[in-house]
Design a protein around this ligand. Structure first.
Ligand SMILES: Nc1ncnc2c1ncn2[C@@H]1O[C@H](COP(=O)(O)OP(=O)(O)OP(=O)(O)O)[C@@H](O)[C@H]1O
Ligand SMILES: [Mg+2]
Length: 378
């Protein structure tokens, strides 16, 4: 027998949260699970350990944060249980110069609490609501305390400012004018921080450390095939080898890192996930293009093999993650965009992109496809 679905006022179990997030975030099971459990605890008003997400560019970090925001926003009862804000770490770096980064986070939460509770709500209630919010700090790698041997003062200060918020029971907050001014002490020990960053260059530096330390031999995996052949391959995954020292080296201070209970390394996206993102995600390049062609009175279709071919091509640019899909798709679709009414292959108001069309677009190169004759093979 299956359990009845949770009523809107009850706290959904992590599995239900993960299922909802999974509609937006494809792949990344570990990050989704970790965030789902944290959110279930948060919604139950329990203490939760902070989470640091490490994942290459375009792997879904911001998408995951947005998915949580949307999930909370979709149910007023859930939204009221946790005020959520998403802040770009660069902003904190700038604020940190004037010593106001911690306050900035609290003020954002307070603004959000006011939006949720309405301007007539008592200020104490807004402060209480803000003080157990959920804080997403995106691009946290931009507040590194050093880059190589060079100290980055603004990054260091921003980390220090966040430290004063995490696990602190009396943070002074100067209230804005609308809240009557004055200073109150905020218990911020119940805030949940989920920070994410791409940590550009981390993969390479960890790889170097491992190879220099134990030699490439340590990365060789030996498997025996069914026919008894011995296969040796070098495989390296950041998740397996990442140590705290690597993040210290990158410029995340030991004090700051120690405030995170979990460091989750996201997976590089494979062809299967890229295909799903391209075919199904709400903001996929294909969907956007369909909307454009629809506005021109044309129904754009793409065969599954054509979409898979595109995902295969995108997977060849792992540094861009899912963003590679946009770049690759653009090469294919661009020749059709200028004069869609006279596009070759257009029949009955339908334009169907097949594998051969993808191949032609890819062969046409990045910019040739934009010229009038390029991309059509004429
Ligand atoms: N795992 C994923 N599931 C669904 N969509 C994804 C995923 N990863 C990336 N995307 C898509 O790719 C684009 C970029 O993703 P996102 O902004 O989440 O990357 P990011 O990890 O935050 O990268 P960056 O470090 O560069 O900020 C978005 O349009 C998103 O829809
Ligand atoms: Mg991002």
């Amino acid at each position: 027998m299956t359990a009845p679905p949770p009523s809107p006022s009850s706290i959904p179990p992590p599995t239900a949260i993960a299922a909802a997030l999974g509609k937006r975030v494809f792949g990344q099971p570990e990050a989704v699970r970790e965030v789902s459990v944290a959110l279930a605890k948060k919604l139950a008003n329990l203490r939760v350990g902070n989470i640091l997400l490490v994942g290459s560019s375009g792997s879904g970090k911001t998408t995951l944060m947005r998915a949580v925001e949307e999930l909370l926003a979709s149910d007023p009862a859930l939204a009221l249980r946790s005020t959520v804000v998403r802040i770009h770490a660069n902003v904190l770096g700038e604020e940190a110069q004037s010593g106001g980064a911690g306050e900035r986070v609290l003020l954002r939460l307070l603004d959000r609490a006011r939006e949720q509770l309405g301007p007539e709500a008592p200020v104490e209630r807004m402060v209480a609501q803000a003080s157990h919010g959920l804080v997403f700090i995106d691009e946290v790698d931009k507040i590194r305390s050093r880059a190589g041997d060079e100290v980055q003062v603004s990054g260091l200060r921003a980390q220090e400012a966040l430290l004063t918020l995490i696990e602190n029971e009396a943070v002074p907050l100067r209230l804005p004018e609308w809240a009557g001014g004055g200073t109150v002490a905020v218990d911020s020990s119940r805030l949940l921080f989920v920070c994410a960053g791409a940590f550009e260059g981390l993969y390479e530096s960890v790889f170097r450390r491992v190879v220099q330390g134990a030699g490439e031999q340590s990365l060789k995996k030996t498997t025996v095939t069914e026919t008894g052949r011995i296969l040796e391959e070098v495989s390296f995954s950041l998740r397996e080898w990442l140590r705290s020292e690597d993040l210290f080296e990158y410029g995340i201070t030991p004090q700051f890192l120690s405030r995170f209970d979990a460091v989750v390394v996201l997976d590089p996206l494979g062809e299967a996930e890229l295909f799903k993102i391209f075919a199904e995600s709400a903001d996929s390049a294909l969907r956007q293009s369909r909307a454009y062609f629809a506005s021109q009175g044309i129904k754009l279709e793409m065969t599954e093999p054509a979409a898979r071919r595109l995902a295969t091509e995108a997977a060849r640019q792992p540094r861009l993650g899912a963003r590679a899909l946009k770049e690759v798709f653009r090469r294919v679709i661009r020749p059709y965009e200028f004069d869609p009414q006279h596009a070759p292959g257009l029949a009955d108001g339908r334009l169907r992109i097949e594998v051969a069309d993808v191949e032609r677009g890819l062969a046409g190169g990045r910019d040739d496809a934009a010229t009038s004759s390029g991309g059509w093979g004429v």
